[in-house]
Design a protein around this ligand. Structure first.
Ligand code: G6P
Length: 606
């Protein structure tokens, strides 16, 4: 979703800003812009489409500056146009970029219009810059004007502002959208994601909710939600800088699919102790919490929600605790029942998804015994605001469609299941021993790529598809359908195979491919009956099946064999062929695999 980069330096910051935006491209956006200040002159350059378009436009304009702000926009209010792209400017004096949504923009706009401000764009953001400009006439400093302005704002913002009259400072404010200050030597930076600044610094200060800060080349002053000066910890990042390389791969998504055995190895490293999960895998207080827990409430969005759906099967079967899984945007807007000794678990690749974060904050007021996050980004809001954090070690995931984050989340959830089982005196060795085989099993499933690439040809002219699974493979079917729709734009639905008769059978014909996930488990015979129901109605079936499942390819059925795996880890292993299928279908269709239309990597607005 939207990205922010800002810098105040002695050297020209054009390159730093453009490079920073490029590092945020993976988040998804539709236009970009930059405002640069030099010797009392404020210049703005904007472009629709890729950051490369902006880069070319900046080069052509010849503008430069030692203070600047830049933005990638993912449209919410107002279409994808240069005028609506950020930065927004008030009276050719103040420049501002914003992530988030200002909910009371209409009432603010009406007041500002009455006061003589002219609005050029259709965005909610433009009210902020005019409001700050208006308040600037009453306050001694830009800092005080921003502090006064945020008091009038409802909604979410991460915002960065400067005034060309005093361009040795930038003012930033955070509420609901993350911002991180990057510390340099004689220069300082701001961004919505530390990845944007890794080329210029490793030292970061993560702003907290309600913080406002004044940043100059040599100083950083931070004020908390009550306006009091605060010190915030400086964190040294050890995240890999190498987020730009696709290496030998054509797309980030393919690279990330192939990184999964390594990502799982990294996630397991140092966290297993013989046939047990090591006591400190989930943090100091975890043991007591796992002993006492009777219920787990999982909250997540998108792909992360699907990993939670799988975990419900595991936690109830192997750990003997009840489990509910809910989409964050639903959970946060209803009155839900809090079970006795309930552990709240959020799952998120980014740790910044607006709905998941809001759900965590709500749950903290509701009497859960503790909160835990399974997350891929150190220092993210979910990690900082949860009692316990299990960090997946997938590394930076750039492709919008999540792959290695999902499989490492599943690993984290398997370890959570084993840890709770352990504390409840149950046998968890079967889980741990199966987990250990995962990296090799994932490698084996990647060997299916060539066959799946050939199979993908048959999907390219299809408009609809149906994914079927049973038990813990049902969420894997859901994840397979999500991947296909995200990147190939083919309508894909997933059903628990037992539900076929209750509706989807009406859709079956030769133009509707049916994808079936069929490991050799106790539900296999039931699943085979479901497959026959589809065949009897003329459907073409694509089965991903255990070698011993005894499916045979013929005119109406293509069988892709998957090596045998322990039932408990089968959901992780069967994910891989479905990812590969979506990938190759998308490549054949020529879609933008890494940045599919209309989607964002990190959804920081609700
Ligand atoms: C977006 C991304 C998905 C992701 C979802 C939840 O929709 O495109 O890939 O699964 O957000 O994000 P999170 O970072 O919370 O896992």
């Amino acid at each position: 979703m939207c990205g922010i980069v800002g810098a105040v330096a002695e050297r020209p910051v054009n390159r730093i800003l453009i490079e920073g935006l490029k590092r945020l491209e993976y988040r998804g956006y539709d236009s970009a812009g930059v405002a640069l200040s030099e010797a009392g002159t404020l210049n703005t350059v904007k472009a629709v489409g890729k950051v490369a378009n902006l880069e070319a436009a900046v080069a052509e304009s010849g503008v430069s500056g030692h203070t600047g702000i830049a933005h990638t926009r993912w449209a919410t209010h107002g279409g994808v146009t240069e005028v609506n792209a950020h930065p927004h400017i008030s009276n050719n004096e103040i420049a501002l970029v914003h992530n988030g949504i200002i909910e009371n923009h209409e009432s603010l706009r009406a007041v500002l219009k009455d006061d003589g401000y002219t609005f050029l764009s259709d965005t909610d953001t433009e009210v902020m810059v005019h409001l700050i400009h208006q308040l600037r006439q009453q306050h001694n400093s830009l800092l005080d004007s921003v502090k006064a302005a945020v008091k009038q704002l409802e909604g979410a913002y991460g915002t960065v502002v400067f005034d060309k009259a005093n361009d040795n400072e930038i003012i930033v404010a955070r509420s609901g959208s993350p911002l991180v200050i990057g510390l340099g030597l004689g220069e300082n930076f701001i961004a919505s994601d530390q990845l944007a600044l890794l080329a210029v610094t490793r030292n970061f200060i993560f702003l907290e909710e309600g913080d406002v800060a004044r940043i100059t080349r040599d100083t950083v002053e931070i004020y908390d939600i009550n306006g009091e000066p605060v010190e915030r910890e400086v964190v040294e990042s050890n995240i890999s800088q190498d987020v730009s390389g696709k290496g030998e791969y054509r797309h980030y998504m393919l690279k990330e699919i192939y990184e999964q055995p390594m990502a799982v190895r990294n996630t397991l490293e140092g966290r297993l102790d013989g046939d047990r999960v090591s006591v400190d895998a989930f943090g100091d207080q975890a043991n007591q919490i796992f002993k006492d827990v009777k219920h787990v409430q999982i909250i997540a969005c998108g792909t992360s929600y699907h990993s939670g759906m799988v975990a419900r099967y595991w936690l109830e079967q192997y750990a003997g605790v009840s489990c509910n899984v809910e989409i964050a945007s639903e959970f946060r807007y209803r009155e839900s029942f809090v079970h006795e000794n309930s552990l709240l678990v959020t799952i998120s690749q980014s740790g910044e998804t607006a709905d998941t974060l809001a759900a965590l904050r709500l749950a903290k007021e509701q009497g859960y015994m503790a909160s835990m996050t399974i997350c891929n980004v150190p220092g993210s809001s979910l990690v900082r605001e949860s009692d316990l954090a299990f960090m997946t070690k997938a590394g930076a995931e750039i492709g919008v469609a999540s792959t290695k984050a999902f499989t490492t989340q599943l690993v984290g959830l398997l370890m959570l299941t084993a840890s709770i089982a352990q504390e409840k005196g149950r046998d968890q060795s079967v889980i741990v021993n199966a987990i250990k085989t995962l990296p090799n099993k994932l490698e084996e499933s990647l060997n299916m790529a060539e066959g799946i690439e050939a199979l993908a040809e048959e999907f390219a002219d299809k408009h609809h598809s149906l994914f079927l699974g049973r038990g813990s493979q049902y969420p894997i079917a859901m994840e397979g359908a999500l991947k296909l729709k995200e990147i190939s734009y083919i309508h894909a639905e997933a059903y628990a195979a037992g539900e076929l008769k209750h509706g989807p059978l009406a859709l079956i014909d030769a133009d509707m491919p049916i994808i079936v996930v069929a490991p050799n488990n106790e539900l296999l015979e039931k699943l085979k009956s479901n497959v026959e129901e589809v065949r009897a109605r003329g459907g073409i079936i694509y089965v991903f099946a255990d070698k011993d499942s005894n499916f045979a390819s013929d005119d109406t059925m293509r069988v892709m064999n998957v090596n045998h795996v322990e039932d408990i880890i089968a959901p992780v292993v069967y994910t891989i062929p479905l990812q590969l299928l979506s990938y190759y279908v998308a490549v054949i269709k020529g879609t933008d695999v890494d940045q599919p239309r209309n989607l964002a990597k990190s959804v920081t607005v609700e």
